[in-house]
Write a protein that binds this ligand. Structure first.
Ligand SMILES: Cc1ncc(C[n+]2csc(CCOP(=O)(O)OP(=O)(O)O)c2C)c(N)n1
Ligand code: SF4
Length: 285
């Protein structure tokens, strides 16, 4: 059993008041308490950005690595101890800009990890530059004349790249987001959870108000095993038309389940000395 106080660290969150990271963090901790995630069974990886601070405020073993690289860190952790619940916290810039290659290849390999995208539509920590998900025409310090690029859509990319669980949450809906964290982690295979996370300081387009007025939850009429339907839903975005919930979920062998080396026990539990090394090396002489 995990309690909220056991998840506390000595550090007070330094996110701006009203930042979506605050309630995203609350939802994650609620899920951790509900599911008993702690240092013995869970590990976190984070990228560089406002999102990455989450690991400083959550007392679960973690590594805040290089910008754009939380996904390879998370897959490395999972391969070394596949019994762990593994979460990669990443920003939209971190995940789809600097780390775009890692994202698509992790999706197609179906590693059993959960990727949480703190999707605030820009590079927040560096004070609000245009990111790969910022809309065409988006005005920021890096694009003062308006963004010339067309945006990437994380859910479309995840489905196209082969992810087996694809969902979207909104940071302002703590209860529903808690449930999505649990579902994403329970899914065997790669889970992509795109969380609409308003950056109240730099993003005046994607605000709490925008999401409160225009989001709705997918219901039983959406067949989440139908890839085409999921892809079509993932393209929906507009007034009163921002779907939340699970878009796509199918079962497939995970990367880890196909490795005979992991059948017995996790790699970390095995002796670091491989007894056949000498024989192996002699084979090259
Ligand atoms: C390779 C590299 N490029 C750029 C930076 C500078 N940098 C640090 S954080 C950041 C923006 C992070 O934006 P995002 O990943 O969207 O996270 P957010 O701050 O919005 O949560 C940038 C560009 C860096 N640290 N490393
Ligand atoms: S700059 Fe934006 S994302 Fe970063 S803490 Fe402030 S509101 Fe949150």
């Amino acid at each position: 059993m995990t309690t909220l106080s056991e998840l506390a660290t000595p550090y007070t969150p330094n996110w701006c008041p009203g930042c979506g990271n605050m309630s995203l963090w609350a939802a994650f901790k609620n899920a951790a308490v509900q599911e008993g995630w702690d240092n013995t069974n869970t590990a976190l990886a984070a990228g560089i950005g406002c999102h990455g601070h989450i690991v400083n405020f959550t007392k679960i073993t973690s590594l805040e690595g290089l910008h754009g690289r939380p996904i390879p860190v998370a897959t490395g952790i999972k391969l070394s101890d596949h019994k762990l619940n593994v979460f990669a916290f990443t920003g939209d810039g971190d995940c789809l800009g600097e780390g775009g290659n890692h994202f698509i290849h992790a999706c197609r390999r179906n590693h059993d990890i959960t990727i949480v995208i703190h999707d605030n539509g820009l590079y927040a920590l560096t004070t609000g530059q245009t990111s790969p998900v910022s809309p065409h025409g988006f005005v920021s310090k890096s694009t003062p004349q308006g963004n010339l690029d067309n945006p990437l859509w994380p859910l479309q990319l995840a489905i196209a790249a082969g992810a087996t669980f694809v969902a979207r949450g909104y940071a302002g809906h703590i209860k529903e987001l808690t449930e999505l964290f649990v579902k994403a982690n329970n899914h065997k295979g790669i889970s992509v959870l795109d969380v609409l996370q308003p950056c109240v300081t730099f993003n005046k387009v994607c605000t709490h108000e925008t999401y409160q007025q225009n989001t709705y939850y997918l219901d039983g009429s959406h067949d989440k095993t139908d890839k085409e339907a999921a892809f079509i839903k993932s393209m929906e975005w507009g007034e009163k038309k921002i779907p939340l919930g699970v878009f796509y979920e199918v079962q497939q062998d995970t990367y880890e389940s196909q490795l005979p080396q992991l059948k017995d026990k996790p790699l970390v539990m095995r002796s670091p000395v491989y007894e056949g090394t000498e024989k192996l090396l002699k084979g090259y002489i």
